[in-house]
Ligand binder design. Structure first.
Ligand SMILES: [Zn+2]
Length: 295
């Protein structure tokens, strides 16, 4: 048989202690929603304040300085099952917190929600009680600083193509590539543009180029893209016949590993009844089967 006797040690009226001037000042400031530390003769700031410098044993100066209220978690211990008397009724961390401006750290609860949120260097701020009485529990707990928010994003916009692109897209709607020829350097640009990027002059001559061309460079992509036929897919620069600048497009109808520079390709258009004034009219470029071109 086990003998046991249960005891309760309790001071029903409370156990009264005097605080002394240093701790008293700290608690008085807490009641007013401020955190202060005390300076040592060596210039360190002790938070919570002590009457003697633990490093030298000398009395501290009478200089109090405001610190925090934010601070940095130095280390912590996670409490999975809070007990009666703990500051929170849900899992939390006991942490050593170095308040900004302090040279020592303070033990307090951190209400981080999840142990995964705890890490050394975590920035925290006090959550004050509305009713404060001059006790360390005037701070209910510390909570992590807000470092990110999730906000829904949705933007609706209308893109107006401008004269040159509008002319090009009109052509694409009709199944032709409309470009232009510079009157000075005679280069042909597709898509159509209003000025020559090399000569800087206005372009007025419109030309149509065929929907066949040659792959100049390409990339094999392994990430899915809603426009692409499958993964891996190939995106390539295609120099349309009669044009002097390549345009970027998808390549389809051929295994990715068979695509090569110099390969001859032709645009694969969507059926006429599905066409709109957009580049979606071109599904991709597929090999023509002709011999490769010299680049
Ligand atoms: Zn030019």
């Amino acid at each position: 048989m086990t003998l046991e006797a249960r005891h309760v040690l309790e001071f029903p009226g409370g156990y009264t202690r005097t605080t002394g001037p240093v701790i008293g000042r700290f608690l008085t400031e807490l009641r007013d929603g401020r955190l202060v530390g005390v300076r040592t003769a060596g210039g360190r700031t002790l938070v919570p304040p002590l009457e003697y410098d633990p490093g030298t044993g000398d009395a501290v100066t009478g200089d109090f300085v405001e610190v925090g209220p934010a601070g940095t978690v130095e280390s912590w211990s996670w409490v999975h099952a809070p007990r009666a008397g703990h500051p929170l009724d849900r899992p939390f961390a006991w942490a050593l917190i170095r308040l900004d401006g302090a040279d020592t750290s303070l033990v307090h609860a951190v209400d981080a929600g999840d142990v995964k949120a705890m890490r050394p260097g975590l920035r925290v701020r006090p959550r004050w009680r509305a009713e404060r009485t001059g006790q360390i529990t005037d701070i209910e707990s510390f909570v992590p600083e807000v470092t990110r928010i999730v906000s829904p994003v949705r933007t609706e916009y209308v893109l107006k193509p401008g004269l040159a692109l509008a002319r090009f897209l009109e052509g694409v709607a009709a199944g032709v590539f409309v470009g232009c020829r510079c009157g000075s350097c005679h280069k042909v640009y597709v898509p159509y543009r209003l000025s020559c990027p090399e000569c800087g002059i206005a372009i007025t001559e419109e030309v149509e180029v065929p929907d066949t061309g040659t792959i100049t460079t390409f990339a094999i992509n392994n990430l899915p893209d809603p426009r692409a036929p499958e993964v891996p897919f190939v995106s390539a620069y295609v120099l349309l016949d009669g044009s002097d600048v390549p345009m970027i497009t998808l390549v389809g109808g051929v295994a990715a590993h068979e695509v090569r520079q110099g390969m001859r390709v032709r645009a694969v258009w969507v059926p006429e009844e599905e066409r709109t004034a957009s580049m979606a009219n071109i599904k991709w470029f597929a090999p023509t089967g002709e011999p490769d071109a010299e680049l």
